[in-house]
Design a protein around this ligand. Sequence first.
Ligand SMILES: [Zn+2]
Length: 656
Amino acid sequence: MGALDSKLVDAFRLIDRLWAENFAPRIPKDVDDWADENRILPAGSAEQGPWRTDRTPFAREIYKALSDSDECQEVVLMTSTQLVKSEAGLNWLGTCIEETPAPMMIVQATVNTGKRYSRQRVGPMIQNCPSLRKRVSTVVSRDSANSVSMKEFLGGVLIITGANSPAELASMPAKYIHFDEVDDYPNDVGGQGDPISVATARQDTYRRSKRLLSSSPKKPKGESIIEARYDAGTQEKFYVPCPHCDHLQHLVWSHLKWLKNEIGEHLPETARYACESCGVLIDEFHKEKMLAAGVWIAKYPERKKICRSFHLNSLYSPLGWLSWQDMVRQFIEATVALAKGNDEKHKTFINTRLAETVAEQAEQLAANELQEKAEDFDPSIVPMGGLVITCGVDVQDNRIECFPWAFGEGDQMWMLKPEVIMGDPGDEATWKLLDAYLYTRFKHASGQTLAIDAVGIDTGGHFTHMVYNYVRRVDPRRKISALKGDNFKPGIPIYGRGSTVDVNWRGEIIKGGCKLWMVGVNTAKDLLNNRMKRPGMVHLSKHMPAEIFDQLAAEKRVAQRTSRGIRNMWVKVQSNARNEAWDGAVYALWCAERMGLSKYPKKVWEQIRERVQPLQDSLFNQPAAEKPEVKQVMQPKQPRAVSVRRESLVQKFRNR
Ligand SMILES: [Zn+2]
């Protein structure tokens, strides 16, 4: 080869290199590679400094799916909170801005949460990554190309909006869309359909467009958006090897085991995972190696080109994050609440820690079942254990019905004999009769007598002003309240806000006027229903008339479609069914909530018990049907003298 030839070859090589560097199409980096090279976590974050995908090994495959090199159109993350979702969204965003710039959109549940996400997550990420800072205009002002809800960068623009804004969702075509916390989305946006479809329609103009849908499940089974999308995809789960037998398995809650001590108390610090193959208990410190050796396995690999869906629960949290023993602690707390009829914490645990939906069955109590479970006690005498009496009052057009309930420690409640006061509620005389009844002292099985501690009267009927008149007149120490049921807002607390309804002719609030209290009816009915289904919490007497059981079972819980999505509400099974006893129980429960009975410390209950049930044999403990003469023979005992110090602790709780 001559010198000329060799020079020519060199020249061609140079041309090749220049072409490759300047004109040849560049292969964009994958999301994990971009993040490992460029992402810096700001000071103050849990793991500040340069990003390390290896810290969360399960995230790498998710990042590959989000990368330009993977041809799937949709990535679905149904995962626990604070595990992988939000960082995946941010790392994908950073990679798109630098590697494949195009119009992008981030959709949060509302425009406001979108603004917060922009300020708290997107802004700081750009600020902390020098490579992004160079590309995104960082001047923030109202009219510049860079605001909280819009950020321009070289080759594209990012819009951050909310699923509640139809105009913005359809405002511009976007190649990449991140739909975040999709289970918080409304079912319909401005009458145009579901927000995901509205925005996705604008992706059609782009070839190789991609979207990310992420959320922990928050809606019940069958209604959860994230679960429906997960089911439609590849359904990938993360399999990790057992350190003892190498068997690959995906971690499930039922395999987490822990010990109890000799008195039956849980010991969360003993939590270990039972291998599904060899059965050996795996200590949590093995997790780092297990995660590093983990693989994603798809149930439907043939769907990989369309939608890759990933499920991950908190059992996979890297060491130093949420530990197995913390999860056991949260689970025990939720189980204790559930045993008391409160299922909120349990649902939250399943949704946010296990990333699973909860099946909501239609709820209805059966009158015959209630009757079968009813106990043998005289409802005109407060049984042992019943220590505080509250009374729900229902005003009908020709009568007033009173439903007294006794409450005791551990959220136990006993329905006492209802009272019907016949008469026109428009007539003062009827209210005098009610007043006399509310002064009744109930006989207690201990031989003492008990007064009614609190009363709630429904104002929902035709005699609202008569209720106000009565409530205004009575001594406030009698704790008689005017109530209004809020049927339409589910999820509000049983004991909510009160508002002063008495105003003078100038519209000024009258001091000491009547207050109207809103009752979270659906919440109260959920709680009552849960308690009734559990043994030993709600005590009904088999000596009650049959129609009382019918009334207590007059409603069912159904899912109703509202403007804000599907909500569960209690409605009558038959529209003409009578439900006074059920409503009465709700108002009596409201009184108990207002008095804070479920929060009374054990000590306070002990002191009330000492006063109401001094150590003695129950005098009225026998069912009245069997020994009717007992009532007439025995005189109620005088209350025992109670020391001043004891009185004050009980009073402190009673007077709240
Ligand atoms: Zn094993």
